[in-house]
Design a protein around this ligand. Structure first.
Ligand code: FMN
Length: 214
């Protein structure tokens, strides 16, 4: 059993990265193989709409033909039994690097026909991890697309497996709020939540990692 976690935050060890590390630890605790990759380490772009992946006579049917840094990561995602994608909210959606990854991952498998199922390998389980400044109360109106399960729906349709939605709200964005001009946030409330709630989020992430591979 192999779990792949993909971090779409440019910061490796902050909120999203820390949660994904716990997902990986949880999976390993159950005897699974698990790996975390950080998209910031790779140079790549989004889908180029070349349609090689939709040419049944071509050499790259069902697989992205672009030969950039994402190639080995797409291979890892193809082979994984469990796929966990994590990203901060940037202007209410995934980061640009996660969006570009999603385009490349998803489009290669999508078929514009109802005669065949998508070309993606079946997964055992899937999860999407979102972190954000906004408080939980604001989520339904604010992150409409995420709450309505837009990406979750695509993942489930392509990979034919259930996809968990893991939300981590009201995150601490920087180590020292006093250093920057960002007084619209209550630094002490952020710190308090980081001390009291974030450890529970980390525990939830660990449990999810263990559950996804079980
Ligand atoms: C460019 C940018 C845009 C952001 N947009 C939002 C947003 O629309 N909504 C929100 O709740 N938080 C937003 N944030 C805050 C991050 O989503 C939040 O701090 C997240 O937990 C950071 O994840 P990380 O620590 O893993 O990098 C934004 C941060 C940045 C840098």
């Amino acid at each position: 059993m192999k779990l792949l976690a993909v971090n779409g935050s440019p910061r490796k060890s902050m909120n999203t990265g820390a949660l994904l590390e716990k997902v990986v630890e949880g999976a390993i605790s159950k005897g699974a193989e698990a790996e975390l990759v950080h998209l910031r380490d790779f140079q790549y772009r989004g889908c180029m709409s070349c349609f090689h992946c939709k040419d049944p006579q071509g050499s790259s049917y069902g697989r992205c033909i672009l030969k950039d840094d994402l190639r080995p990561i797409l291979d890892l995602a193809h082979e994984a039994d469990v796929l966990v994608l994590g990203t901060p909210f940037y202007f209410s959606i995934e980061t640009a690097m996660m969006r570009a990854f999603m385009e490349r991952l998803w489009f290669q498998y999508l078929l514009y026909t109802t005669k065949k199922p998508p070309l993606a390998p079946r997964k055992k389980a899937l999860a999407l991890v979102y972190t954000m400044n906004i408080k939980e109360e604001g989520m339904p109106a604010y992150g409409k697309d995420v709450v309505s399960g837009r990406a979750k729906g695509v993942m489930e349709r392509l990979f034919a497996a259930p996809c968990e939605l893991f939300l981590c709200t009201d995150t601490k964005q920087v180590p020292d709020y006093a250093k920057y001009e960002m007084d619209m946030w209550d630094a002490s409330a952020k710190e308090k939540r980081h001390q009291e709630v974030f450890p529970k989020d980390l525990a939830r992430a660990f449990d999810m990692g263990a559950r996804l591979v079980s």
